[in-house]
Structures are given as C-alpha cells and as structure tokens.
Design a protein around this ligand. Structure first.
Ligand SMILES: Nc1ncnc2c1ncn2[C@@H]1O[C@H](COP(=O)(O)OP(=O)(O)O)[C@@H](O)[C@H]1O
Ligand SMILES: [Mg+2]
Length: 230
C-alpha cells in the first residue's frame, strides 16, 4: 500500500519517514523547550507552500508576529513567510465551558474565521496545519480526561477536513512525559538534547510511523539558517 505523504523537504528525514509525514493524518512532535520543534514545524509548512499547498500555523504561546520576527528572516522561510497563514489561539478556560463538542470546535471559527464559518464548514481547503503547542491547551483545560477528549475531538475534526496536521507538545523537564497525544498520532517524532563525547547536541528519533518500517535510532541534527539539517 502506498501511503500519501506530506514531505518535510529534509531528505534524510523524509526517507526515514517513508516519504514524509502522513498526508491527511496526524503527526506529533515532542521535545523540550529550545530543541527545534517550532523550526521543524515551520520548515514543514514552508515545504508545503513551495509545493503550492495552503499552510496554516497556529500559535498558542508566542504571538505569531513574534514567531515571524524570530524565524521569518531565516533562509528556511524565505519566500514562504508571506504565504503561510499565521494565527494565534489565545483562549481562556471560559472559552471551553460548558465543555461540549460544539464549544471546543467553535474555537477554530474564532481562530481562523477566513477558513471556518460559524457552522464550522471549511470555506477553502487547508493542506497542512501546525498547532504549536498543545501543551498550552492541556494546561488551560487542566483535567487530563477532558484534555484527551478535546484532543480526540480536534483530531477527528482535522481528519474530517482532510488536513495534514502536526501537533507539537512540550516534553517535561525530567523527560519522562512523552506527549499526551501520542496514542492519537500516526507518526511521532521525539527531539532531545544528547550528550556525546562531552558535547551537547540535538538528536531526533522516529517513535512511530504507521504503515512504514522506520529506523528507531537517534539521529543527530543541527539548526542552521536553512533550518533543520540531519
Ligand atoms: N538562525 C539560527 N541559527 C541556528 N540556530 C538557531 C537559529 N535560530 C534559532 N536557533 C536555535 O533554535 C532554538 C529554538 O528552536 P525552536 O524551534 O524555537 O525550539 P522549540 O520550539 O523546541 O522550543 C534556539 O534555542 C536556537 O538554539
Ligand atoms: Mg516552539
């Protein structure tokens, strides 16, 4: 079976992923702060834009203007920054109460009114979407079973709308928590700082990729103007 893919443009990573992240599927990127999750995600969007796809970035942490200010000048976003649709998801617990399916989906109309109307119909297709990060939402929801319900509901919503989605989760400082949405994703990438011959370096590992027998070892990577390089 050939699974349709949404490539990152990072040759070695795409090969290890069987061509890229699953098209119309849910991918998860987990790692500690500063490891390169945001850079990987905007690199993936920039690749989509270069293929003529409609790409959306939703920030739950920094205002998207700040993300653009930090990364917009990097080579990896050159020619792509103006074509990516940047949004902020700034919500309060009140936006989620009463905690119903309707209420937690309504947020997408509030965040992206140009893409979703009030009845949550998609006005124009979205090819790739990044939600950076889900951890903020997890903390706002507070209750883990409610958060899982929200995650499952959003994931179904992305699936129904045929959006290739990349969810990002912060890893706890102790590195023990691998991401609350790991059971819901079709591909999961773990990024972490490693110590190697007394040097700190960045590395990533594919934890899962349904439908493809991927390598399971850690691969070192660097962050450059061009983005992530394996
Ligand atoms: N132009 C650059 N060249 C090299 N490294 C950079 C550049 N810009 C940022 N970085 C590195 O990327 C890191 C931030 O990556 P980011 O994707 O924002 O991390 P995360 O989203 O995982 O918190 C910074 O801590 C810095 O080390
Ligand atoms: Mg980030």
């Amino acid at each position: 079976m050939t699974v349709s893919v949404a490539p990152t443009g990072i040759k070695k990573l795409d090969e290890a992923l069987g061509g890229g992240f699953p098209r119309n599927g849910i991918s998860l990127v987990v790692g500690p702060s500063g490891i390169g999750k945001t850079i990987l995600s905007v690199q993936w969007l920039a690749e989509g834009v270069r293929n003529g796809e409609t790409c959306v970035y939703i920030s739950t942490t920094l205002p998207s203007e700040a993300v653009i200010a930090y990364y917009g000048d990097m080579k990896l976003l050159k020619d792509a920054v103006d074509k990516i649709h940047w949004y902020d998801m700034y919500i309060s617990p009140k936006d989620l109460i009463p905690f119903t399916k309707e209420k937690i989906l309504k947020i997408f109309h509030k965040v992206m009114p140009d893409f979703f109307d009030e009845q949550l119909n998609l006005k124009k297709p979205i090819d790739r979407l990044v939600l950076d990060s889900l951890t903020t939402i997890e903390k706002i929801v507070g209750d883990i079973s409610m958060f899982r319900y929200l995650g499952a509901t959003w994931i179904r919503f992305f699936h129904d709308n045929k959006i290739s989605t990349m969810l990002i989760e912060e890893m706890d400082e102790d590195g023990k928590k691998m991401g609350e949405m790991r059971n819901f994703s079709e591909a999961t990438i773990l990024m972490d700082f490693m110590e190697h011959q007394n040097m700190h370096m960045r590395a990533l590992k594919i934890v899962k990729r349904y439908g493809f027998n991927h390598p399971t070892y850690w691969t070192p990577f660097h962050i450059r103007e061009e983005g992530i390089i394996l």
